[in-house]
Design a protein around this ligand. Structure first.
Ligand SMILES: *Cc1c(COP(=O)(O)O)cnc(C)c1O
Length: 236
């Protein structure tokens, strides 16, 4: 195969995986009695080259997720003319908030008032508000990222006051497990936290949960955005 043929066959393999992933999402929606089309696919393109994003764009994918601010910066610059919705899903360091505020449409991983306030303050004038989720640490031993369930209501109350952010919902990354029921129990905790906030007067509509290894359980428990990398772009 010459270079061009290789490029084309890479693109069509990626399109096939993307189409299969979307088909599987629709099957899960139906299996778990979710409204058809209620689960959005976020294609997690971290560490993957710009031409993979272009290939996915070419087959109709428009939402992309990145974990590292510098990488988001470079890719958004390279793809400035494309109609992409960028989602920042990695840990938010204070010294990277300016990049995220300038480049992202969404940030899923807000877990401290300090960085949330910086994102709001640094959002460029004239830009739409940044759509945010608060990351919740639902199994404390897994990761240091995310606010505890105990501290969630207080952080929500503060974030909702920030002028250039719109609080949309909650995100979690549970400890990886091959056990469907175990995954479901973890995702149920995030769903219940969202329901409890909404019962207190919030109008949150987003549960960002589920990755390549556990998205069916997340959809069963109400995920509205699944974040899929490996199943679309291959191993990192
Ligand atoms: C990398 C990553 C994903 C995608 O994970 P896969 O297992 O490759 O689907 C989703 N969410 C977050 C926060 C990630 O860092």
């Amino acid at each position: 195969m010459n270079q061009q043929d290789k490029g084309l066959s890479h693109r069509s393999a990626l399109c096939d995986r993307l189409a299969r992933q979307i088909e599987t999402l629709r099957e899960c929606e139906s299996r778990y009695h979710r409204e058809s089309g209620s689960v959005a696919l976020l294609a997690v393109s971290k560490t993957k080259p710009v031409h993979d994003i272009q290939a996915a764009l070419h087959c109709g994918q428009t939402r992309f997720g990145e974990n590292y601010a510098q990488e988001l910066d470079a890719k958004a610059e390279a793809l400035a003319d494309a109609a992409i919705e960028w989602h920042f899903i990695g840990p938010i360091q204070s010294n990277k908030t300016r990049i995220i505020a300038a480049r992202a449409d969404w940030a899923h991983s807000v877990d401290r008032l300090k960085t949330a306030a910086r994102l709001s303050r640094q959002r460029p004038e004239g830009a739409a508000p940044l759509q945010v989720c608060i990351q919740v640490n639902i199994d404390a031993e897994n990761t240091k990222s995310g606010v505890s369930l105990d501290q969630l209501p207080a952080l929500c109350a503060e974030v909702v006051e920030l002028p250039n952010l719109v609080l949309r919902g909650l995100m979690c990354i549970p400890r990886p497990s091959p056990d469907f029921d175990q995954n479901r129990r973890q995702f149920a905790r995030l769903r219940k936290a969202l329901e409890s906030l909404n019962a207190q007067g919030y109008a949150l509509d987003t549960l960002s949960m589920g990755m390549s290894g556990d998205f069916p359980a997340a959809i069963a428990e109400g995920a509205t955005i699944v974040r899929i990398g490996t199943a679309i772009f291959g191993a990192r």
